[in-house]
Design a protein around this ligand. Structure first.
Ligand code: GUN
Length: 292
């Protein structure tokens, strides 16, 4: 089995980004600036935002975090987004999801200037991505596509099963894998909570992308020998032996699947670090677009 080492590849990508930032500085230009909006106190969201901000420091980006309590109104949140849309010092920004239930996520994402939408969640970017046009691609699917490319995994004409249909991962990765391109051109199936024949689907797939959110769901007897398995799951599972009281589990039973798959992403150290690297890449691209 070949481990798809997202930690290593993401470090390589971050080093390239850092080099581009150094070039900007040498030319007396300002570094990229990423802003993040975080609403509420969700533990997982706090962790993700913390990693994103730390990674900005690592590559020499400027970053700003705007935190609001979970009772902020939708109008006030959109006002803040409008400020960031107009702020010429900020190249890109993200609104960390999920948002509290009284806020309409679609209205919020629609209010982001697509040129600063480094998450690629605005319908303009999502639509361009679906048409195979240049756009900001959501960071997690972008990271998966990069891993596939870096490890030269053959995807053309292969059957690819995506388990999960979220707007952040499942749906966009299913589109990307079906587009024209050397590391795409797959025959894609999307399975979700209403799918009835999951075992039949997983056992026939050459590539399985798990974005379900159920810890260790995919076992070795559910897959084909020699398949590629990408694990997007990151569920916190109670673990009293850990200082923070939890451990992170993927959607794949790593121990058994690693004996049967040809390529497999670990959790942690697989898709997670790639997501952050690609968010930084999108922010660098936004910065370079702004200056031209
Ligand atoms: N919540 C979970 N993943 C993401 C992500 O990639 N971007 C944002 N904004 N929120 C998320």
């Amino acid at each position: 089995m070949i481990l798809l080492d997202g930690k290593k590849i993401s470090e390589e990508i971050k080093n390239e980004i850092k080099f581009s930032v150094e070039k900007l500085i040498v030319n007396r230009q300002r570094p990229p600036h990423l802003a993040a909006i975080l609403v509420g106190e969700d533990g997982a969201s706090l962790t993700y935002i913390g990693s994103k901000i730390r990674s900005c420091d690592q590559v020499g980006f400027k970053s700003s975090l705007f935190r609001y309590s979970s009772d902020i109104s939708e109008i006030d949140l959109i006002k803040k987004i409008n400020d960031l849309n107009l702020d010429s010092e900020i190249d890109g920004f993200i609104v960390q999801l999920p948002l509290p239930s009284h806020i309409d996520e679609h209205r919020v994402l629609l209010s982001i200037n697509p040129k600063k939408d480094v998450d690629g969640f605005h319908p303009t970017n999502f639509g361009k991505m679906a048409l195979g046009l240049k756009s900001f691609v959501p960071a997690t699917p972008y990271g998966i596509m990069k891993l596939i490319e870096k490890y030269d995994i053959q995807t053309e004409g292969k059957s690819c099963l995506v388990v999960g249909r979220s707007n952040i991962v499942g749906r966009p990765i299913s589109i990307l894998m079906s587009l024209r391109g050397k590391y795409a051109n797959s025959t894609v199936t999307i399975a979700h909570s209403k799918s009835k024949n999951l075992l039949e689907l997983t056992s026939k797939a050459d590539i399985v992308i798990m974005a379900l959110g159920i810890p260790e769901f995919l076992k070795s007897d559910m897959i084909q020998k020699g398949s590629t398995v990408i694990d997007v799951g990151i569920t916190r599972v109670e673990d009293k032996s850990k200082k923070n009281g939890y451990t992170i589990k993927g959607d794949v039973d790593f121990k058994s699947v690693s004996k049967k798959a040809k390529y497999l992403t670990p959790v942690p150290g697989g898709v997670g670090p790639m997501t952050i690297a690609m968010l930084l890449q999108n922010t660098l691209d936004a910065r370079l677009l702004n200056s031209s």
